[in-house]
Design a protein around this ligand. Structure first.
Ligand code: UDP
Length: 308
């Protein structure tokens, strides 16, 4: 198949490109490098089936020829990124989604939206099931991301209902692995980089808030299965292995033999208190569940940060 991946120089999408190329598809990646990085394209560009276009998909999709599949993965995705890039984040979710859905309609392509566990906001239902409508502050600092993705889901469903475009929506939970930017502000790169520098790890708040971390190879396998499934409603993909941020910090310090300990910093506004995916739907419809153990995933991630 001929496949378009927006945000292809980003962390998750670059791994998705690897997987798709490995399965014999032709892949065209688009990125404007607002948060993506050229070094994520290094191995991809050695592949004859890969090509890259530098563009902002919220403005234009300057690629000719028909696509069979379109993955809309482009968006700033870490809290400090989308607070610094509010308009880029809103437009990637709104105009970017619209342009790529219009392209999918014109090409007769199947479209997959990379949505997020952030559509659940600070969830009152735990673990989060797809049927939960969420608890989002519509004007808070995170709203540029959360509401852009919620709008993107609504637009995607409208194209499915009114224009018969084949759509898939993946709600991605916290993911980690090689190719994360060390300074993207997310907890895993922050803790790994701090530990490797021998600095104390910055735990926000009291560290009792929870997240559930999925290794990136598991995530992209789930995303590709969803695209090829017949599931036309949103599907959580993530790892239910839940822990507090304090537990995570202690684990990373032990793993890296970092004796510098922990320092506490203020909790960012609207920081969700807990998050864990219910993945029953993915298990039943995609035959998917995470394979990579946390210990193994951390070892591979720390090894990557050592190379930078
Ligand atoms: N966090 C932390 N220290 C850091 C960065 C983040 O304790 O240096 C916390 C953050 O407050 C949140 C969790 O780790 O509760 C996950 O944050 P991240 O930015 O990775 O992603 P989120 O799940 O909030 O989108």
């Amino acid at each position: 198949m001929r496949i378009l991946v927006s945000g292809g120089a980003g962390f998750v999408p670059s791994h998705l490109c690897d997987l798709l190329l490995g399965r014999g598809h032709e892949v065209v990646a688009i990125d404007n490098f607002v948060t993506g990085h050229r070094r994520n394209l290094t191995t991809l560009q050695e592949h004859p089936g890969f090509s890259f276009v530098e563009a902002d998909v919220s403005r234009e999709v300057p690629v000719s020829g028909r696509f069979d599949r379109i993955f809309h993965m482009a968006s700033p995705a870490s809290p400090i990124d989308y607070v610094e890039l509010p308009f880029e984040t809103l437009y990637a979710g709104s105009d970017g989604t619209r342009l790529l859905l219009e392209r999918a309609r014109a090409d007769g392509a199947r479209f997959l939206l990379a949505s997020t566990s952030e559509v659940y906001g600070d969830p009152a239902v735990h673990p989060q099931v797809e049927g939960y409508w969420g608890n989002v502050n519509p004007i808070g600092v995170r709203s540029v991301y959360d509401e852009a993705k919620r709008y993107a889901e609504a637009l995607t469903m409208a194209f499915a209902r009114y224009h018969q475009v084949q759509v898939r929506i993946v709600r991605i939970f916290n993911t980690y692995g090689p190719r994360m930017r060390p300074n993207d502000g997310r907890v895993m790169p922050a803790f790994c980089s701090q530990a490797l520098r021998g600095e104390p790890l910055t735990v926000f708040g009291d560290g009792q808030q929870t997240r559930s971390f999925c290794f990136v190879s598991d995530l992209v396998e789930g995303i590709s299965r969803l695209m090829e499934s017949d599931l036309a409603t949103p599907c959580n993909v993530g790892n239910p292995h839940e822990m507090t941020m304090l537990q995570l910090a202690e684990y990373i310090n032990r793993f890296t033999n970092n004796a510098a300990g922990i320092v506490y910093r203020p909790l960012p506004k609207d920081d969700p208190t807990r998050r864990r995916p219910d993945i029953s739907l993915a298990k039943a419809h995609l035959g998917w569940e995470p394979q990579v153990e946390f210990e193994d995933g951390v070892a591979r991630t720390v090894a990557y940060f050592r190379t930078l």
